[in-house]
Design a binder for this molecule. Structure first.
Ligand code: ADP
Ligand code: MG
Length: 225
């Protein structure tokens, strides 16, 4: 396997104020390396800090302490403007709920990140829509497709700008077994076709077992990797 490191975190610490006197330390020093082309699963109990870590890796949130490096660049050294451009171009996000815009068609939803980056790319959208198997649904609105299809559209949207990494937070958490399986199969197929790197928070044991590596968080630290 290719062991080129694409993301590295160093001693990530994150806590939240629960009350004026009570602080919850969620992440207590996370050291992590993600390799190019791998599919890594992040697992752990509810409340363990999985989403918090994923948001920090994706620069949606900042740690109290510690560093995140993308291809050796210290991301939190960037200005807010550089950071939002970086996020748009280099990171794809998939959430538990698809968060498609209801007024827009499937193809328009997929194109949105490319519009934001100023490189509207209809050809890339057609290619990725074909990869996710929804070429015959491009003019449908989100309300006119199934939950599984909507999640496949969300995956296409995450990939339109060919990001360095795709971060997924319980992408099958809202799907029945059959749709969950098709989303999981799709993620593996996309990795094979595009060499895409994925970091996936999941409660789906079968999914986690299929991944290249399981990263387990407990008590604010990684207990294996
Ligand atoms: N913005 C916030 N303010 C206060 N507490 C938060 C906030 N976000 C998350 N938490 C708390 O931090 C802990 C970890 O949350 P989270 O990362 O969402 O866990 P997981 O995704 O593993 O279920 C939880 O106890 C949660 O309630
Ligand atoms: Mg979570």
């Amino acid at each position: 396997m290719n062991r080129e490191v694409i993301i590295k975190t160093e001693k990530i610490v994150k806590s939240y104020d629960i009350t004026k006197t009570n602080r919850l330390e969620v992440l207590k020093g996370i050291d992590l390396e993600i390799y190019k082309g791998e599919i890594a699963a992040i697992v752990g109990k509810s409340g363990a800090g999985k989403s918090t870590l994923l948001h920090i890796i994706g620069t949606l949130d900042k740690p109290d302490k510690g560093k995140v490096y993308f291809d050796s660049t210290d991301v939190f050294e960037m200005s807010d403007k550089q950071l939002s451009s970086f996020r748009n171009k280099s990171v794809g996000f998939i959430f538990q709920f698809h968060h498609l815009l209801p007024e827009f068609t499937v193809i328009e939803n997929i194109l949105i990140p490319s519009l934001i980056s100023g490189h509207r790319n209809r050809e890339a959208a057609d290619r990725i829509i074909s990869e996710v198997g929804l070429s015959d649904r491009i003019n449908h609105k989100p309300s006119e497709i199934s939950g599984g299809e909507a999640q496949r559209v969300a995956i296409a949207r995450a990939l339109i700008n060919t990001p360095k990494i795709v971060l997924a937070d319980e992408p099958t958490g809202n799907l029945d077994t059959e749709n969950a399986e098709s989303v999981i199969d799709l993620i593996f197929k996309l990795r094979e076709r595009l060499g895409q790197t994925f970091v996936i928070v999941t409660h789906n044991e079968e999914f986690a077992q299929r991944c290249d590596r399981i990263i387990k968080i407990a008590d604010g630290i990684i207990i294996n990797s």
